[in-house]
Design a protein around this ligand. Structure first.
Ligand SMILES: NC(=O)c1ccc[n+]([C@@H]2O[C@H](COP(=O)([O-])OP(=O)(O)OC[C@H]3O[C@@H](n4cnc5c(N)ncnc54)[C@H](OP(=O)(O)O)[C@@H]3O)[C@@H](O)[C@H]2O)c1
Length: 134
């Protein structure tokens, strides 16, 4: 399959890119700093784009089978973490325009100030699960 990976330079993203290539997939990694991704493979293309701009993403989304996001944004105790919300708006818009219908995304809890408390509860041993339908 043709996989487009966002957050490919991160801890999880690099594992994903390696495993996808090992399994014979064709991978396009969309990153903000191309030099950070040191993996080299004939089936890997690394491109630079802005994850908060559908216009920037759409040309790379064309003809992809699935978008896979390993994007991650640092926790903040003092303000909301808006990266997930803002990037997914651009990603979904670009997917619609490019007619890509599949997405697999990792995310975190702490997108709102009060969800930092949920995050802390997880580390205190209590865990909750939520299903989000897009
Ligand atoms: N690792 C864990 O144990 C764990 C546990 C639970 C949940 N998660 C969630 O799983 C996801 C991946 O985790 P991870 O540990 O692999 O994350 P990570 O190592 O911090 O990687 C984050 C990725 O997001 C990219 N990114 C962040 N801000 C960006 C921006 N403004 N523009 C473009 N790219 C941006 C980073 O690019 P740069 O390299 O350019 O910074 C990097 O590729 C996250 O959502 C995380 O919260 C992880």
């Amino acid at each position: 399959m043709k996989l487009l990976v966002l957050g490919a330079t991160g801890n999880t993203g690099q594992f994903l890119v390696r495993q996808a290539l090992e399994q014979g997939h064709v991978v396009k990694a969309v990153v903000r700093t191309t030099s950070k991704l040191t993996i080299q493979h004939e089936n890997l293309t690394v491109v630079k784009a802005n994850i908060f701009s559908a216009d920037s993403l759409v040309e790379h989304f064309n003809e992809q089978d699935v978008i896979m996001s390993c994007l991650g944004f640092p926790i903040s105790l003092f303000s909301e973490v808006t990266g997930y919300t803002e990037s997914i708006k651009a990603i979904v818009l670009a997917m619609r325009e490019a007619k890509v219908t599949r997405i697999i995304a990792m995310a975190s809890w702490y997108t709102k100030r009060e969800s930092v408390l949920d995050y802390m509860h997880i580390y205190n041993g209590s865990c909750q699960c939520k299903l989000v339908r897009m």
